[in-house]
Design a protein around this ligand. Structure first.
Ligand SMILES: Nc1ncnc2c1ncn2[C@@H]1O[C@H](COP(=O)(O)OP(=O)(O)OP(=O)(O)O)[C@@H](O)[C@H]1O
Ligand SMILES: [Mg+2]
Length: 248
């Protein structure tokens, strides 16, 4: 059982894509899954309506601060996994969802990381964690990574994040046409015709290995001591030029 939120104040960083890939893979493995779309744009909800995942996937698109805890309580009793797609806001709902999740994933786009939004979210998570005296399990996901980026380059980005005590999911989400096509054509990576999108096999493998690792993070013992605000800012500065520092 895992409640996994996906958050980043930066728009277009790959939150909805990561949420949809996880929901797809969990259902494909036979786990009853709920997808909570907390973004006003409702892209995850639109996708879910085309995904034809039947009873395996429950869509909730009426989440608010006032009802989130109630939804989670009810869904925990009947579902194996709950995936929460958050908006690019840095608001109470994001903070609340983070506090109620087993893992908060923070997608950071590519290797030339614009991590300003990520730093904001990591700060917010750590603030919630400090105020609630409860560690919040969170990890960066390298998203929309160019398939030509070398393993070595990725390893060095991971090493920087790791050195900064920011856990990073070892499997990035690669930039793949299939990850876009599932929104455009509807359905899932398992229902898209292989001759209609390139490298579908690689995209499916990426989704599977990513889901494996996310589950390990969500249920495994990877909680680290929350960073204080200054540590997060210092970390992001130390990662320049690969990563921009958060605004003061
Ligand atoms: N790994 C990927 N491969 C190809 N396209 C991607 C990938 N990740 C995201 N995209 C595309 O980038 C755009 C933004 O992605 P997505 O909607 O997942 O980001 P988001 O963080 O949820 O954005 P928002 O803040 O607006 O909610 C979409 O058009 C999506 O199809
Ligand atoms: Mg989104």
């Amino acid at each position: 059982m895992a409640v996994i939120s996906v958050a980043n104040a930066k728009g277009g960083s790959g939150k909805t894509t990561a949420a949809v890939l996880l929901a797809t893979e969990f259902v494909a493995r036979g786990a009853r899954t709920a997808l909570l779309d907390c973004d006003d744009l409702k892209l995850a909800a639109s996708w879910a309506r085309t995904a034809r995942l039947g009873e395996g996937l429950t869509l909730v698109d009426t989440v608010a601060v006032s009802n989130l805890a109630g939804y989670l309580k009810a869904l925990r009793a009947t579902h194996e996994h709950i995936v929460i797609d958050l908006s690019g806001a840095r608001d109470a709902l994001v903070a609340f969802a983070a506090g109620l999740s087993d893992l908060v994933l923070v997608p950071v786009q590519g290797c030339a990381m614009d991590s300003r939004g990520a730093a904001h979210v990591l700060e917010l998570i750590d603030l919630v964690s400090a105020n609630s005296h409860k560690p919040i399990n969170r990890a960066v996901v390298l998203s929309r990574v160019n398939p030509l980026v070398t393993t070595r380059a990725l390893r060095s980005v991971k090493a920087v994040l790791d050195g900064a005590k920011i856990p990073v999911i070892g499997t990035p989400v690669i930039e793949r046409a299939a990850f876009r096509d599932m929104f455009e054509t509807g359905g899932t990576l398992y229902s898209i015709a292989a001759d209609r999108t390139s490298n579908l096999d690689k995209a499916v493998l990426n989704m599977r290995v990513f889901a494996d690792e996310v589950l390990r993070f969500a249920v495994g013992d990877v909680v680290r001591k929350p960073l204080v605000r200054a540590e997060v800012a210092a970390t992001m500065r130390a990662m320049q030029p690969a990563v921009a520092a958060p605004a003061p």
